[in-house]
Ligand binder design. Structure first.
Ligand SMILES: Cc1ncc(COP(=O)(O)O)c(C=O)c1O
Length: 372
């Protein structure tokens, strides 16, 4: 699905030098590269503050900690996301309210949020799924109307632009009160281990996030807040400084590959990813929809001709054993349930060769030729 080996071959010498310099400095925690990476990412993102942390799940956890919410406060998010988005809500004793996404963009439905808002709602967590923004302008308007916080889960959208109605643009993650991201190795900006970050334009949140990500400590051995240990280590920061320089180029390549897929699949009985007018797309995943119960058959066929594909996500969150306690019924989320049966993500990474993409396209064509 991704080829991290090919990427390492491309930028290996720069990565090796970056890692070696950390090894020689021995500043493995809070070394200079961490601060420099935060500054460079802040510049790239156009956010006032970037606070790095240990992974994207912690970033969400820290974001919710800093809002000072109380057990039972309600958080609205999408049912169609990676588990991290919802598990942190549960871990903090907050009440999880999940809603269906829009069937075209896969992103949280603004209409569904509107219906789910109650007097106990405190925050909305849109997820910019597969590399495309949720409808942030509408979500921010709704949040202002009800005095809610917005935490953007931008783990899959590092570099995506949100386009406002007046034509201005902001990076995904820099629009809400707090944005979060992940540097998991397969992400568009990934490190060689775990890593994450938070974005905010609010000075107070930024100070507190920095503190609670480091045991609640502002001055050494003085604890103003109850915190956790969640830091990006210096080696990962050094790697990310190298990779950030290539992010725009790599995202452009992904977009060009997506265009190729789009064109090839236009005549096939699959739905290509819908592109919203208010967002660019960085194709963290290129995800098609295969109707009429043919998705699993297609996946099996592709496996047989050595073409990888993945189902993100195979089961709706409300049907997972761990989340049964929410009390949702099987038929409560028809859009999520249908998507879980229809979506299929295809290989997508900036080191894909022409031969590889041709092989994937012709494999999918053959499958549909054979069943016709
Ligand atoms: C949408 C989303 N949110 C959160 C995360 C969590 O990131 P991490 O794996 O770094 O904890 C991921 C990563 O896979 C993700 O895709």
């Amino acid at each position: 699905m991704v080829d991290l080996r090919a990427q390492y071959e491309r930028i290996g010498p720069e990565i090796d030098t970056a890692i070696k310099s950390v090894l020689e400095s021995t500043a493995f925690i809070k070394g200079a590269d961490v601060r420099l990476f935060e500054e460079e990412l802040q510049h790239y993102m156009g956010a006032r503050h970037v606070i790095t942390c240990a992974n994207g799940t912690d970033a969400l956890y820290l974001a919710m900690m800093v809002l000072g919410l109380k057990p039972g406060d309600e958080i609205i998010t999408t049912n169609f996301t990676f588990i991290s988005t919802v598990e942190v809500v549960a871990l903090l004793g907050l009440k999880l309210i999940i809603v269906d996404p829009d069937p075209g963009t896969f992103n949280i439905s603004v209409e569904a949020i509107r219906k789910a808002v109650s007097p106990r709602t405190k925050a909305i967590v849109p997820v910019h799924l597969f590399g495309q923004c949720a409808d942030m302008e509408s979500i921010m308007e709704l949040a202002r109307l009800h005095d809610l916080y917005v935490i953007e889960d931008a783990a899959q959208a590092c570099g995506t632009d949100y386009i406002f109605r007046d034509g201005s643009k902001r990076k995904a993650g820099s629009i809400g009160h707090i944005g979060t991201t992940s540097f998991f190795p397969s992400k568009n900006l990934g490190c060689y281990g775990d890593g994450g970050a938070l974005y905010t334009n609010d000075d107070k949140f930024a100070g507190k996030l920095r503190s609670i990500a480091n045991h609640g400590m502002k001055v050494r051995y003085q604890y103003d807040d109850i915190g956790i240990n969640s830091r990006l280590d210096t080696i990962q920061a050094a790697i990310l400084r190298v990779k950030l320089k290539y992010l725009s180029e790599f995202n452009d390549t992904r977009r060009a590959l997506a265009d190729q897929y789009d064109k090839a699949f236009a005549s096939l009985p699959v739905e290509i990813p819908e592109r919203a007018g208010y967002s660019s797309h960085i194709f963290h995943q290129y995800t098609i929809k295969v109707k009429n119960g043919k998705r699993d058959e297609l996946k099996k066929y592709l496996e047989s001709v050595k073409i990888p594909s993945m189902v993100y996500y195979p089961g709706p969150l409300h049907m997972q054993e761990a989340y049964r306690y929410l009390g949702y019924g099987e038929n409560d989320f028809p859009v999520t349930t249908a998507l879980c049966r229809e979506v299929l993500s295809l290989p997508m990474h900036p080191d894909m060769e022409e031969e590889q993409i041709d092989h994937i396209i012709s494999g999918i064509r053959k499958f549909f030729d054979n069943i016709n």
